[in-house]
Design a protein around this ligand. Structure first.
Ligand SMILES: [Zn+2]
Length: 106
């Protein structure tokens, strides 16, 4: 199912229970595309999502951005600045409800 989403599949396997490919973590809900902004932690990365929001008063769009924390499974590797696909999961931590599926294939 995940193979149809246009991401680089992890080649190896892992024993990470919070992995959507090899663990027991289920994905449901939203799919979000964003840019990797920070990788200070090994298991959690920060992803920037940019979108346009329509402002009714001025009849124009304004650019908005959102920082999302996402769980990085140990078999998935990403680089800062690359485009990734996130999938919504159950809440993993206080501020984490997304998991990284992989780098986007362009
Ligand atoms: Zn895995």
């Amino acid at each position: 199912m995940i193979s149809a989403l246009g991401v680089n599949q992890p080649t190896g396997s892992c024993d990470d229970p919070l992995c959507p490919y090899h663990g027991s973590l289920k994905i449901r809900g939203k799919l979000i595309e964003g840019m990797v902004e920070g990788m200070k932690s090994r298991k959690v990365i920060t992803v920037r999502r940019e979108y346009y929001f329509y402002v009714k008063k001025y009849l124009r769009y304004e650019k908005r951005r959102q920082m999302i924390h996402a769980r990085l499974p140990s078999c998935v590797s990403v680089k800062v600045g690359s485009k990734v696909l996130l999938a919504e999961t159950r809440p993993i931590g206080k501020n984490i409800a997304f998991v990284v599926l992989g780098e986007r294939v362009s």
